[in-house]
Design a protein around this ligand. Structure first.
Ligand code: NDP
Ligand code: 2IT
Length: 446
């Protein structure tokens, strides 16, 4: 990094103390921008970097609710409206006890560039709460969501800010959130949230989109080396929305997916993960991955507390959470014959692991490119809501496929243009940044 970039980066760190995940995300983007800033002094003249690192608006609010025992509970809610140069703020809500401002800001910052890469008219934002939906009754989740929306509603809207799901927020939560928004505003404003159910404004393919998209992106990377998913041995982490649909798509393309995990441990299924059983346990029963091993039988092993990345694989799809794959895991995977990694989660690989994959010359698809299929399909949901239409599964999946192929092509072309062929991290960061920076230049100092 040159002196100017370092100075701006250090000032961002200083202004946002203690937000380690945000610092990590900012540092990665800055490292990629070295060749761009040399070619485009106009960005520095307009302080684009400093402006892009400062959210347009940050909302932090109290979320009081009453649990089933009648006890008053308090959580903290967040919405960081990061950048609206390309469209309304767009990005998910995460409900997880680890949520604090640094997590929301790292996710919101990544979202700016990811959303730009989709080519859809969406800005970047993220939100959530330190609420843990695990172990809560449906009624408790509903009361929490209603209280959360009772504050959030005044900040969002189909032309302003459009939240969706992320960890801990799926169709059930979006339903309760949308219901409360509709009640408070007395408007059936479908486009205010995405990830809605089919039948009340949702889009087909949105539930599958992130996992499918990550696999489609990885398939495009593999093609550049004359390979495909067919015959690969795939390790997947997580067993939520992204993981399950990544497993399904990788299997459909001929891969053998041998793992899934949750925060309690992981399973190894040498016969290939039974996706329907996994869906039943995780999506219907809201159970644990250990139950998968119990029900699937003797061929499956369950390892409590270990790392899923100890399992040999040729393709790794981290689909759980940030910084879940470190340098030790990377070394182990590389030694086992790894050829590709695509990040289904946001920033699942540590900076050290990412650097090791790149030095080893394997294919590495960063989250802001590889997992962009989810938010891209959210934009397709907004498009259907705006035109009061509902597309078929086939048409919507075709649009998703085109978008993923385009993101792959533009990241590859940008990496090539800036002298780093095959470096999708540089390609995604430069291409995403440029799209937002050019719009910000055009819109003036705002
Ligand atoms: P889900 O809540 O559906 O699933 C999350 C999965 O990750 C669960 O298996 C969960 O296990 C595991 N997990 C979560 N936090 C931790 C943790 N701290 N340690 C270990 N395991 C953990 O979320 P999604 O599948 O939607 O999201 C997964 C990742 O994908 C996240 O990084 C998210 O930001 C990203 N993403 C999601 C998109 C979407 O459309 N949903 C779009 C793009 C990216 P457990 O149940 O034990 O907590
Ligand atoms: O990280 C992400 O891209 C998401 N959680 C999806 C965001 C969205 O608005 O669909």
């Amino acid at each position: 990094m040159d002196a100017q970039l370092l100075e701006i980066r250090d000032e961002v760190f200083r202004r946002n103390p203690g937000e380690t995940e945000f610092h990590q995300a900012v540092n990665e983007v800055f490292e990629s921008l070295v060749p761009l800033s040399a070619r485009h002094p106009e960005y520095a003249d307009a302080a684009i970097l400093q402006r892009i690192c400062e959210p347009e608006r940050q909302i932090i609010f109290r979320v009081p609710w009453v649990d089933d025992a009648g006890k008053v509970q308090i959580n903290r809610g967040f919405r960081v409206e990061f950048n609206s140069a390309l469209g309304p703020y767009k990005g998910g809500l995460r409900f997880h006890p680890s949520v604090y401002l640094g997590i929301v800001k790292f996710l919101g910052f990544e979202q700016i560039f990811k959303n730009a890469l989709t080519g859809m008219p969406i800005g970047g934002g993220k939100g959530g709460a330190d609420f843990d939906p695990r172990g809560k009754s449906d009624a408790e989740v509903m009361r929490f969501c209603q209280s959360f929306m009772t504050e959030l509603y005044r900040h969002i809207g189909e032309y302003t800010d459009v939240p969706a799901g992320d960890i801990g927020v799926g169709g059930r939560e979006i339903g309760y959130l949308f219901g409360q928004y509709k009640r408070i505003t007395n408007r059936y404003e479908s486009g205010v949230l995405t990830g809605k159910g089919i039948g009340w404004g949702g889009s087909l393919v949105r539930p599958e989109a992130t996992g499918y998209g990550a696999v489609l992106f990885a398939e495009e990377m593999l093609k550049t080396r004359g390979q495909s998913f067919d015959g690969q041995r795939v390790a997947v982490s997580g067993s939520g929305n992204v993981a399950i649909n990544a497993i399904a798509k990788a299997q459909a393309l001929g891969a053998s997916v041998v793992t899934a995990s949750d925060s309690g441990g992981y399973v190894v299924d040498e016969a290939g993960i039974d996706v329907e059983l996994l869906r039943q346990i995780k999506e219907v029963e809201r159970g644990r991955i250990s139950e998968y091993a119990e029900r699937r039988g003797a061929s499956v092993s369950y390892v409590a507390d270990g790392s899923v990345w100890d399992v040999d694989a040729t393709v790794a799809l981290p689909c759980a959470t940030q910084n879940e794959l470190n340098d030790k895991n990377a070394a182990k995977l590389l030694a086992s014959g790894l050829v590709a990694v695509a990040e289904g989660a946001n920033m699942p690989c540590t900076a050290e692991a990412t650097a090791m994959f790149q030095e080893a010359g394997i294919l590495f698809g960063p989250g802001k490119a590889a997992n962009a299929g989810g938010v891209a399909t959210s934009a397709l949901e907004m498009q259907q809501n705006a035109s009061r239409d509902a597309w078929s599964f086939e048409h919507t999946e075709e649009r998703l496929t085109d978008i993923m192929v385009n993101i792959h092509e533009s990241c590859a072309a940008t990496a090539e243009e800036y002298g780093m062929p095959g470096n999708y991290v540089a390609g995604a960061n430069i291409d995403g940044f440029k799209r937002v920076a050019d719009a910000m230049l055009a819109l003036g100092v705002i």
